[in-house]
Structures are given as structure tokens and as C-alpha cells.
Write a protein that binds this ligand. Structure first.
Ligand code: PLP
Length: 383
């Protein structure tokens, strides 16, 4: 039987050789690969500054820490996202205040943002859901009017652009993930991009304990001062070496993602029981992270059956994301959120199935997935 995983990193001889080179060099941290990866990522995205860190979650936490958030502060967070988007806020002692999604793209509902802003609000966080860019202009004006920061969670948004501008360059900063099933991987890893030189300088220090001098800037080895709190959120040179090679493959990855997505979309769009998100619009460049299909009302209670039928036929799936974040136990208990107060996010969480479109798929795999989705739905309809 064929098996098509939801995601699979593509690692070749180049990555293996790059890792071996770093191991042989003996320089596994603070080395040349880290800077080379940052430079390559900055060039690729058009960002004036890029700072590599240990994960996207670390990147987000570092940003809120840098902004000085603490107890009594609030940040607007989309309900339909990875829990990391909200955890990064809560880790500082500030509170995540959620806004529902809009049904066309699954992105934050722009019409509901203003009503959640109050005197405690410090920042707006956005997630480019599944790689489709949020319409940033209204948020930028809102942030300007109300004196708020904008933090972009770009974990699914490598190569996401709006009007030619890469995701992460609309707000104060953007945070990327190199977790293995994302667009490119470094094993684990993350990156912050920003136009703000002071912000970049400050998080560079805070990712390494708040030390005032980088290893290579120290006049006397081992001697430095610390003027502020910081973490150890560094990316190491082994990770960076993998990331550099993955960036070299990115054009090829993106061509395949776009092609697989288009083929899968046209094979599924006529299926009455499925609703597909909008990915094409004027000025919009999606990163085609996956194709998430929302089951019609009649099949919602049978989602587990559809997923199981696909699994039995070798088709890997996932759910992006399994709950509106405020419905998760921690958030319900901490803030008393009503998990059902976010109807669109709830529907996506409970009724969607994410299908693969990654570069590990051939045209033939895509056709197989289309046929198997039809079979799985026909089977569920009969139950
Ligand atoms: C995967 C993901 C994260 C977490 O990324 P890590 O690099 O694993 O910390 C954060 N936000 C979103 C939207 C994600 O999909």
C-alpha cells in the first residue's frame, strides 16, 4: 500500500555534508554558519535584519519580553492558531485576549479586533493562517492610531507575501519556525525578521543571556557584563548549516507546493461535502502550507471516520488547529474563557481535515489522495 505522510522533511547529501563539516570544524555555537543562515534568510525575505533562535515559540517569547510585557498587559491573539502564539504572551505574565477567525481564509476577523482593544492592550498578534497573508493595512492603521505593537507569527508563512512584501515585515517583527514539517527545517529552529535595527540588536543580546559582548567581541576571553535579563534561545551551527542548505532548495519546494495545491484543490472543489479555504486573491502570495478542507454539517460528527478511512488507505492528515486556543484547558481555567464563544474557529477546529501538499508528493500521489478522499466521504455518508 502507498503511504503518504502529512509532512516529511527533504534532507539530502548537501545537508548531511554540511552537518559533518560543522562537526569536524569543532565550532558548534557562535560560528560562521549562524551568521550565514541569518544573512541568507534576510536576503530571501528582503528583511533588513534577521536573528536566528531556537524555535518560533522562543522567537515570539523573546519579542514580547523585549517589548516589556508583564502582568496587567493584554495582547490580541487569533483564536485559530497554534497554542504557541498565545503561550508566548502568557509566559511574560500578560494576558492573551482572543478574536475569532473569518470563514473565507481562517485568518483573524479584522472586523472584531477593534472591539477587544482597551487601555491594557499593548500589541496585536497575527498569524498568516496556513500561509495566506492577513490583510495587514487595516491592522497597521489601527496599531498606529492606538499606539500598539504588531507581532506576526509567520510559522507557516515562509514565502507568504502581500503586494510583494514578505510576511513578517508589516509589523514590528515576524517569527518563523523550522520545525521538521514546516516549509524548511533546521531540525528545530526559528528566526525573527524586522526592519527595526534597535529591536534586532536587543533580541540578539537577549537570546544569549543578555550579555553585552558577543563571544568574538570580547577583549579578554570569558569576560563580559550583563545589563539585562536574557535567555539561552540560541540556534546552534549544526542547525544553521541544515537551514542554509534548505534555503537553497526553497524555490524547488515552493514550485512543488503550488503545483500540488492547485492539483489537489481542483480535484476536491467539486465535492459538495467539502468547503475549501480561499488562497488566491489580488496581491496575495500563499505559501501553500497544506490544503485544509472543512466538512459540511452532515459529516462533522463523522470526521474521525473520514480521517481513519484515509489513514487506512495510507493518506496522512493533520488538523490545523485542534481547538480554538481559548477552548484549551489552560486558557479556560486561567481566564474563564467560554470555548464556544468563537464559532468560526470552533467550526474549523472540529470539522477540518488538513491534507498534505508538500514537496514529498508526486502528481500521482495527489491524484491518489483525491480518489481516497472521495472514497472516505462516500463511506462516511453511508454510516
Ligand atoms: C508550528 C507553529 C508554531 C511553533 O513553532 P516552533 O518552532 O515549534 O516553536 C507557532 N505558531 C504557529 C502558527 C505554528 O504553526
Amino acid at each position: 500500500m502507498r503511504t503518504i505522510p502529512f509532512g516529511r522533511p527533504i534532507i539530502g547529501e548537501e545537508e548531511k555534508r554540511a552537518v559533518a563539516d560543522v562537526l569536524e570544524s569543532g565550532v558548534m555555537a557562535h560560528g560562521p554558519k549562524l551568521e550565514a543562515f541569518e544573512d541568507a534568510f534576510a536576503e530571501r525575505t528582503g528583511a533588513p535584519h534577521a536573528v536566528a533562535v531556537s524555535s518560533c515559540t522562543a522567537a515570539l517569547h523573546l519579542l514580547y519580553f523585549h517589548l516589556g510585557l508583564g502582568p496587567g498587559d493584554e495582547v490580541i491573539v487569533p483564536a485559530m492558531t497554534h497554542v504557541a502564539t498565545a503561550h508566548a504572551v502568557e509566559l511574560t505574565g500578560a494576558k492573551a485576549v482572543f478574536v475569532d477567525a473569518e470563514p473565507r481564509t481562517g485568518n483573524i476577523d479584522l472586523d472584531q479586533v477593534a472591539a477587544r482593544i482597551n487601555e491594557r492592550t499593548r500589541a496585536l498578534s497575527v498569524v498568516h493562517y496556513l500561509g495566506v497573508p492577513v490583510d495587514m493595512a487595516p491592522l497597521q492603521s489601527l496599531a498606529r492610531e492606538r499606539g500598539l505593537h504588531i507581532v506576526e507569527d509567520c510559522a507557516l508563512a515562509v514565502e507568504t507575501r502581500r503586494d510583494g512584501v514578505h510576511a513578517g515585515l508589516f509589523g514590528d517583527a515576524g517569527c518563523f519556525s523550522f520545525y521538521p514539517v514546516k516549509h524548511i527545517t533546521s531540525g528545530e529552529g526559528g528566526m525573527v525578521i524586522t526592519r527595526d535595527a534597535d529591536l534586532a540588536r536587543s533580541i540578539r543580546k537577549q537570546r544569549a543571556f543578555g550579555m553585552d559582548k558577543h563571544v568574538r567581541e570580547r577583549k579578554v576571553p570569558g569576560v563580559y557584563d550583563v545589563q539585562a535579563l536574557g535567555f539561552n534561545y540560541r540556534m546552534n551551527d549544526i542547525q544553521a548549516a541544515i537551514g542554509i542548505e534548505q534555503l537553497r532548495r526553497l524555490d524547488g519546494f515552493m514550485q512543488l507546493r503550488a503545483r500540488n495545491h492547485a492539483r489537489l484543490h481542483s480535484g476536491l472543489e467539486a465535492i459538495e461535502e467539502l468547503q475549501l479555504f480561499e488562497t488566491e486573491a489580488e496581491g496575495v502570495q500563499s505559501s501553500y502550507y497544506c490544503l485544509s478542507a472543512v466538512l459540511g454539517e452532515g459529516l462533522v460528527t463523522k470526521r474521525a471516520d473520514v480521517i481513519e478511512a484515509l489513514r487506512a488507505r495510507g493518506v496522512g492528515t493533520s488538523v490545523y488547529y485542534p481547538h480554538p486556543v481559548p477552548r484549551m484547558t489552560y486558557y479556560r481555567e486561567k481566564h474563564g474563557y467560554d470555548g464556544n464563544a468563537f464559532p468560526v474557529a470552533t467550526r474549523i477546529a472540529d470539522a477540518s481535515i488538513a491534507l498534505p501538499v508538500g514537496p514529498h508528493l508526486s502528481d500521482n500521489d495527489v491524484d491518489y489522495i483525491i480518489a481516497m478522499v472521495k472514497e472516505a466521504i462516500a463511506g462516511a455518508n453511508k454510516k
